[in-house]
Design a protein. Sequence first.
Length: 638
Amino acid sequence: MMRSKQIFPFFLFLLCAVHSQMMASPDGKYPFSEIPDALISNSKAVVRSEEIVFELRGIKDATTTIKYAITILNRDGLHLSYFVKGYDQFSKIKKIDGTIFDENGDKVRTIRSEDIHDYSANSGGNLYIDARVKIIDPEYVKYPFTVEYSYEVVHKGLLNYPDWEPFRGYGVAVEKSSFTATVPEENDLRYYGQNIKNTCEASAAEGRKQYFWLIENQPSFEEENYSPPFESVSPIVYLAPNQFSIDGVEGSCESWKSFGQWINKLNEGQDELSDETKLTIADITADAVDELEKSEILYRYMQDKCRYVSVQVGIGSWQPTDAQTVDELSYGDCKALTNYMKSLLEVAGINSYYTLVKAGSDAADIKPGFPSNQFNHAILCVPSLQDTIWLECTSQRMPFGYIGTFTDNRHVIIVNDDGGVLAKTKTYTHTENLKTCNARIEINSDGSVQSTVRSEYRGIYLGGKLPLMHKSGHDMKKLVEEELDIPSFVLHDVAYTVQDGLDPSIIENIEVESSKYAMTMGGRMFINVNYFNKLQSLPSKNDERTSDIFIRHSTVEVDTLIYNMPDDYSVENSSENRELYTEFGDFKTSVTFDESQIIFTRYLKMNSGNYPPSSYGSFVSFLEEISNADEDRVVLKK
């Protein structure tokens, strides 16, 4: 992975706790009784006071001073009491102080130097990393209580300026938070405000410019069912340099083009491969009919040869390891493996482009209008006569051309010879995000059933099945059993195959038996016709919904189930067919019969989008009708 905003994977579960900091009240006390009721409602913690001061002196020299206090209201907010701050050779943490206060604002104790633990930020997926992290566990859980921390960060090289994120996530209110940035008079500060009503206050004095933001008495955002990613709804001020320098390599963020030019400097000369490797490439691609087939052959070669290992040391947090070293060692991080794949294609005469992306299945998109380092991952863009192909180079199992939810549908920077170009990765449409199920089910006179089921997963559904299909036979079977919602069943067999191509899919074949699927009573048999794919849960009703309804992906599910009835039974009664058409999606079911069979079909399409809070009641009603339909029955009579 690439280093971005100095966030380290091993401690992500805690970083939401201390992304910014707060300032003590004059007497150093934070009694719980002084918090306004509006800030306590629906909250797990309240930021009592926070003051962040960023002082820029030059492109290699800056200091951030932080003071903050946060009151922890209950167990859900406990992680926010931890101090967690990462650093590396470009940033050092100094002057850490901390104090714990009880409910009345009385001091419990002061954090001692021996309470400050210093660890490597190696998450286990890194061969070597120079990043470290300082952690304080206050070891106090008598709610409510308050922790106050202050510290200073000395920056020596700044690709990233600190952002102001006064909220720590859903369920955290803010009593007071301020951010001050000062720069030399000859400099302008580049900033981008999101979801913030308070405008920046700018002033100048004594040869420096000052920028100031403040918010006060802001209730928490309540996390609701289908809420958008918090980063997209919370107030944030992003900062970025015009000019910067990392490890002596200077660059500019004034445009995406100039930022890409800096990446080109780092990548220059990193694509050389040995003559022996070039001969191997020529040999394995000799029979390929076109560039697309060559690309797939070389992608498989890279996957079979290399594994992902992160190396994050100095400028190596942004610069890829050279291709020849990767070829010899057979490992690398996302930057190194992407550069290596690009080098393989270049030898075969195929153009491709190193690409920066903000990865993560739930990650919000970058701010395309604010050129800056907003990225944490590298992938490869391969132009094609058919369509642009995106290659995820860190996975040894990913189908060729498949990127899944980790990097789909978001803005990226393609790095070409001229610099950076803004583009967007593939968006999986509802016709691609397709899950189909075809089952044949034999019903016995005692209500037991035997079934063979063939399911196919495409688009984002494929990504959910990839980890499972590479498990051992025992573990694979166990995970499939956990997914099945069938009474008294026994899973006899499960097998997976991958269908390659630019629209890859995974085929799942299972054989399953249920001893009590159909209920018998007085010469009648009651069969729930939706054997496999019921809506698993319903969102709670909420007449005071405040956030948009966020559906990230459009999807389609199609089920066709054929039931063979017992010889001595016939259909007596059946539920009516269903049809629903809404802005959120469509839903249809159909039940037909002949002398020996029941044929059930189910179609569900969900539409991606942001829907206003006022639509929430209609959305819940739509899902409730689907859930009700999933319980439809057919009655057989003996």
